[in-house]
Design a protein around this ligand. Structure first.
Ligand code: ADP
Length: 243
């Protein structure tokens, strides 16, 4: 197994936000985590990306335990990238410059200045612009983009850093139906070689992208299976889908 969570647990002052979670994710898989608010979904992503240290358990990446390593190390040495819920872009830089900084300067801001721009770098930046459908907007400042376009810019910035694993926290939040669908198609095409972990609520979107869905409730796994399996599971319907 490529990424394996073993008995992953976090105790916030006596409150078990995540309790003995076991999950196996294959390389190249897109896994969606769903569940009611407070189920522990974001906390799991926080532990995988090094923001929160588990109290107990392991996070095995190709067999190596990365639990408790700091977020800088996880992103730069272990290739795990993260997209937060809100857009995190540089407001005073154009779309193109944002991508350029992500590609050339992700190890340190200094490297953004010293990184050698080869023709290959420019080719990659233009390719990413096409993939996130922002070629026409390349000179724009992010504030002139639509909400969806800003989210795609950030997806492009993560891609520019070339991680092996990408975690996305509610990538379709606040999007129109068309933008949501387009985001799903982007994840399926431009992230097809990546391992992608998505926290999401929108069931149509989940159906569009997921092979396996893990359902969390009160810090524990309630169900796991294909979209059809979990969406027909009586317990999942009771605690989540009907709420
Ligand atoms: P979800 O993403 O499924 O909505 P979270 O992972 O954000 O849920 O939170 C799970 C539970 O853990 C919630 O009850 C939340 O209030 C609690 N929690 C999250 N982070 C902390 C923290 N740093 N300290 C104390 N409690 C926390």
């Amino acid at each position: 197994m490529y990424l394996e969570l073993k008995n992953l647990t976090v105790d916030f002052n006596g409150f078990l936000a995540v309790h003995d979670v076991n999950m196996g994710i294959e390389k190249g898989e897109t896994r969606v985590i769903i569940g009611p608010n407070g189920a522990g979904k974001t906390t799991i992503i926080d532990m995988i990306t090094g923001k929160t240290k588990p109290t107990k358990g392991q996070i095995l990446l190709n067999g190596e335990d990365i639990a408790g390593k700091d977020s800088y190390d996880i992103s730069n040495s272990y290739g795990i990238g993260r997209k937060f819920q809100g857009p995190n872009v540089f407001d005073e830089m154009s779309v193109y410059e944002n991508l350029e900084v992500a590609l050339c300067g992700h190890t340190s801001l200094w490297s953004a200045f010293t990184y050698r721009r080869t023709p290959e770098i420019y080719r990659q930046l233009n390719e990413i612009l096409e993939q996130i459908d922002l070629t026409e907007q390349r000179e724009m400042l992010p504030r002139f983009l639509s909400h969806g376009q800003r989210q795609w810019l950030e997806m492009g910035m993560i891609l520019a850093q070339n991680p092996d694993i990408i975690t996305l926290d509610e990538p379709a939040a606040g999007m129109t139906d068309d933008e949501t669908f387009k985001t799903g198609e982007m994840i399926k095409s431009i992230m097809k070689d990546k391992t992608v972990i998505v926290v999401e609520h929108d069931m149509d979107f989940i159906k569009q992208i997921a092979k396996t869905v893990t359902v969390l409730n009160q810090g524990e796994i309630l169900a796991e299976g294909t979209y059809d399996e979990v969406s027909h599971n009586a317990e999942v319907i009771r605690v989540y889908l009907k709420s």
